[in-house]
Design a protein around this ligand. Structure first.
Ligand code: FUL
Length: 507
């Protein structure tokens, strides 16, 4: 027997030496072509942020209102201990990548000395009219490695010109003043609310000009509204994106507010939508958007549910954490965020998909005449194991792992990938990602596991994947997991597969 193993080793060694002398001359297969509308580089960078913090702060923080009247005296705004570095440090420790501040809410009060308004921090007694929250937060973000974004409400219950064409000019000046002096801004948040102004009239907004000027001063800003163009409202404020969620939307002839797509459409996107406008899920950690002494933050269970229903469903999560009347994130919110972070870390820090024995796929892009032989020759020649093989879905495998992926041949839109482990894995979360720089493709997939008797069983059936999909399954123990793509609109391009065990969230 020993002699047999020795001979096998000799043959393998011989093959290895031969393979070194004759490395495969086959040139690597071409990457898949993009399919349908695709994201801009700024939209990809934005989506990869995954979780950002929203800060509703202004006169309402001091009056307890959700929508200020616009008639509040400027002196109402008087934070006693404002510290934007504290906001940034809470956000960073919670795992947020960016902060978006309500620089001007519907009451019209500006948190910076906006020259286009007379209802600003400059007119308040706070810091003798010399305070500037936008400046402090943008500087704290720059210092703390956090991206900075702004919410500026077009609806203005204070501006005397609101409801007349003149107001659009005032609003453009307002945008310019914020965009010119407090950049770089990763996201501009436009609220669709369009109520009445001080003269009882509603405004006809000039969205084309608002967007064009925003991009002139902040070319990398992703513009949020009901219809994008950078990202879209998810259609509700409960923190729930559609189980089917396309990052595509039809916006021809549509506008934010009354003429927006239906809330259901915003929640799921349009299957054939002409534009890449991914969903953003905005939701508050508290019952209201603004801080109120009588309200308290959501539980870790609720936050995990929101995470799975947003980040886990192809959406970015924008979680509102309102500073209090001192100008600080309250201790109970900060503590809750740390508990939330610890929960996410305990679930997602250990990827059980690692240390695979082998990955088998029903198809992958290759120029080798015989893909199986070609694959093993590549391995023996110490080349990359098939540039588009299923191995590239494992996070630790590639060096630049976001841009490496499993890709099938152009005509193959149904395929499977099987992950085989030496030791059984116990998990209840399956994470999948499509490589969105090439578009969104998968429309139906299921997950199978093999039991001890060698029988395969389906544990989940879903529709879309998109940037990231976290499938919640029953807890299973298995040595073999299979991802089956049943229907895809073009060749399959997946860049991530992960397995996780969540002992915290009770479904
Ligand atoms: C809504 C606003 O009316 C709320 O006050 C809040 O700012 C929320 C994020 O958007 O449309």
């Amino acid at each position: 027997m020993k002699r047999f193993y020795f001979l096998v080793c000799l043959v393998l060694l011989g093959l290895f030496v031969e393979a070194q002398k004759h490395p495969p001359k086959v040139k690597p297969a071409d990457p898949p072509k993009p399919y349908g509308p695709v994201p801009t580089a700024a939209q990809v960078a934005w989506q990869r942020m995954e979780m950002n913090m929203f800060c509703h702060f202004g006169p309402n923080t001091f009056t307890g209102l959700e929508w200020g009247e616009g008639t509040e005296a400027e002196d109402i705004f008087n934070p006693t201990a404002l510290d934007c570095n504290q906001w940034v440090s809470v956000a960073r420790n919670a795992g947020f990548q960016g902060i978006i501040l309500t620089a001007k809410h519907h009451d019209g009060f500006c948190l910076w000395p906006n020259p286009a308004s007379t209802h600003t921090v400059r007119e308040s007694a706070w810091r003798n009219g010399k305070g500037d929250v936008l400046k402090e937060l943008s500087e704290a973000c720059n210092k703390g490695g956090m991206k900075f974004g702004i919410y500026i409400s077009p609806w203005d219950r204070n501006a005397p010109t609101y409801g007349t064409p003149e107001y659009n000019k005032v609003f453009l000046k307002t945008l310019q003043s914020a965009h010119k002096h407090y950049g770089p801004i990763f996201e501009q948040w436009f609220d669709g609310a369009n109520g009445e102004g001080p003269n009882g009239k509603r405004q006809v907004y000039d969205w084309k000009k608002f967007n064009a000027q925003t991009l002139k001063f902040q070319p990398n800003a992703v513009i949020f509204s009901d219809v994008g163009p950078g990202c879209r409202w998810v259609g509700n404020e409960e923190g729930s994106c559609g189980r089917t969620c396309w990052s595509r939307l039809d916006v021809e002839g549509r506008e934010p507010g009354k003429n927006a797509p239906s809330q259901d459409t915003l929640n799921a996107g349009n299957y054939n939508g002409a534009c890449w406008i991914p969903a953003e899920t905005d939701v508050s950690i508290r019952p209201g958007w603004f801080w109120r002494d009588s309200e308290h933050p959501k539980s870790v269970q609720e936050l995990l549910k929101i995470y799975y229903n947003s980040v886990g469903r192809n959406s970015l999560l924008l979680l509102n954490v309102p500073p209090d009347n001192r100008g600080l994130i309250p201790a109970e919110d900060s503590l809750r965020l740390m508990e939330f972070r610890a929960a996410l870390d305990s679930i997602f820090a250990h990827d059980l998909a690692k240390n695979v024995r082998y990955v088998e796929v029903s198809n992958y892009r290759t120029n080798h005449k015989n893909p199986w032989l070609g694959y093993w020759i590549s391995v023996l020649a110490c080349c990359e194991p098939g540039q588009y093989h299923g191995y590239w879905m494992l996070d630790h495998y590639g060096i630049n792992n976001y841009d490496t992926y499993w890709a099938t041949e152009d005509t193959v839109t149904t395929a499977w990938a099987e992950f085989d482990y030496e030791e059984p894995r116990t998990f209840n979360r399956v994470l999948l990602q499509e490589y969105i720089p090439l578009g969104q493709r998968v429309e139906k997939f299921h997950i199978e596991v093999e039991d001890e008797n060698g029988n395969w069983r389906t544990i989940a059936e879903e529709t879309t994947i998109g940037y990231k999909r976290i499938v919640l399954t029953e807890t299973v123990t298995t040595k073999k997991v299979r991802i089956v793509i049943d229907q895809s609109r073009a060749s399959i391009v997946l860049n991530r597969f992960g397995l996780f065990m969540d002992n915290i969230y009770r479904q």
